[in-house]
Design a binder for this molecule. Structure first.
Ligand SMILES: *Cc1c(COP(=O)(O)O)cnc(C)c1O
Length: 219
């Protein structure tokens, strides 16, 4: 049995059914991604447009494709037709561009709001206290659909330290859900990576983005 297949089967056997595994596939070949799909992965995350063109071209709609990287505005028009979800929306300006291009492609683009949960200066994402206002401002944009929140969390030596941040974003997620804003579904909470997904699931993640544990260390 191939190594990736083995890793996928073992991961899926420990993940609760309501949690979606997004295989974080930056720098992985179409062949490696296919092995993961054959073993039961359904969603694949990509960080870079250039790379994703090649693998999405080779694999196509066998996978649900999530954009999980930082988005440069000049790439939006190319990202829209390729992807099924954008997990890294963090400004009204970007949302407006996504909406315009989604309209051109006759698509309603599911998006998650990326939250900078630990207020890290160098990191992308909306500050947690600004998330509700941002979501309210997206109201006129009818070709995007907010479906939840995503966070990277800080890099810590001990991932147990992430628990408090995961708990904070879960609380925010619940608060937004209770606001019942029209056209906003709080369905997906995307948090947790190879070193932290167990903690994230305990704290309410419905989506985990896992690279290393499925594909091995990145070279
Ligand atoms: C690479 C990446 C992951 C997965 O990281 P691993 O530690 O390899 O599991 C998750 N989310 C994003 C946005 C990534 O770029």
């Amino acid at each position: 049995m191939g190594r990736i297949r083995e890793n996928v089967l073992s991961l899926l056997s420990e993940i609760p059914e309501h949690v979606t595994v997004v295989a974080a596939a930056k720098s992985r070949s179409a062949e490696e991604i296919r092995e993961a799909l054959d073993a039961g992965i359904t969603a694949v995350g990509q960080n870079y447009l250039q790379e994703s063109r090649t693998v999405i071209g080779a694999i196509g709609d066998r996978a649900v494709w999530h954009f999980i990287g930082h988005i440069q505005k000049n790439k939006v028009k190319h990202i829209i037709p390729l992807f099924d979800m954008i997990e890294t929306l963090d400004s009204v300006g970007l949302a407006t561009m996504i909406d315009q291009h989604a309209l051109k492609h006759n698509k309603i683009m599911p998006v998650l709001i990326e939250v900078n949960i630990a207020h890290e200066e160098q990191k992308a994402g909306v500050m947690p206290e600004d998330v509700k206002d941002l979501i309210r401002e997206l109201y006129p944009l009818t070709n995007i659909r907010v479906q939840g929140l995503m966070t990277m969390g800080p890099f810590l030596d001990d991932p147990e330290g992430l628990r408090t941040y995961f708990r904070q974003i879960r609380t925010l997620f619940e608060e937004i859900r209770e606001l019942a804003i029209p056209n906003v579904e709080m369905t997906h909470l995307s948090m947790g990576m190879s070193d932290s997904y167990r903690i994230a699931i305990e704290e309410g993640a419905t989506m985990v983005r896992i690279g290393t544990q499925l594909f091995g260390p990145r070279s």
